[in-house]
Design a protein around this ligand. Sequence first.
Ligand SMILES: [Zn+2]
Length: 374
Amino acid sequence: MGGMKLDLEAMLADLRALVEIESPSTDLAAVGRVMDVVEGWARELGARARALPGGTRQFSFGVEEGGAERPVLVLMHADTVWPHSTLEKMPFRVEGDRVYGPGTYDMKAGIVGTFYALRALRNQAAQGGWPRGGVQVLLTPDEEIGSLSSREAIEAAARGARAVLVVEPPVADSHALKVGRKGVGDFRLTFHGVASHAGNKPEEGASAITEAARAVLAVQALAHPELGTTVSVGLIQGGSAVNVVPAECVLDVDVRVSTLAEGERVTAAIHALKPQDGRVRLEVEGGLNRPPFERGPQTERLFAQAQAIARDLGFEVGGEVVGGGSDGNFTAPIAPTLDGLGAPGDGAHAAHEHVRLDRWPDHVRLLTRLLQEV
Ligand SMILES: [Zn+2]
């Protein structure tokens, strides 16, 4: 397996096919077109394919319903953060050792690499079949917008799995896998004040902007960087005209936590906020969208196994805890989870998004062996 042959040209052609179908999370039909291509690959390999409620597709390779051995679960998403027509300014293109384009690194190359790993396993099937318990693949439609429609399917699949491998990309510009992720919260704070003429009757007004300004500082003061907790008010909008005491102001807040306890502390504090001016009413929406994926002994064991395989294949992988969330956040509390098993590169959600062609095959070989040996 160490010398497993990979046809990089064919991998690139498959990647191009997926990247050139633009699939923003907000367009379920477009995301479905990517899924159709992937389902074709799965069926060619003899998978059982099922469409689950919410738009997720499940592909089963050698999984026995009610079998004694539980399958390995592979998580992947077909959506990207990129709107339609991004390809016009960011076309799929190869430059030296890099392949650029929207969704290459996050995470269409992760999908393609998984199918090359599965093909390699299938080709060995003559000598004993799929890994014990088989491989279950979930392809989801909405990871980039919080996985609201796929979370249930992901958690159910994790409950039946002996390990979860997430083919999100490795840490940017490195060989490092993801052994933990912060939990992610989104909050919206809407301040309803009282409008009034700012020159004639300012005293009759109650400024939503003033209260929001206090809240920006109060909310950000909840950060606790030593514990991994960050809080950032990323959006603010308010007021109707410069000469009107503002009746409305809205804040959108991004929260990241390394532990559930911190998530609960920050959530409670945000919900307990009270405007100083009693005439201003505050409405709080949101909460912790993804629980933290805490670095734990089960993940450590998987990571140690990945490290040993990589070393055997002739390269080193690191392991890092990152701030961004993924669907691995949902599975880590349920089953041993290792993330970052997709294609190495850089520039997720950025104009220079790309995959490193010189490093990609090694990571596909690593995934192949992990699927086989976990
Ligand atoms: Zn992703």
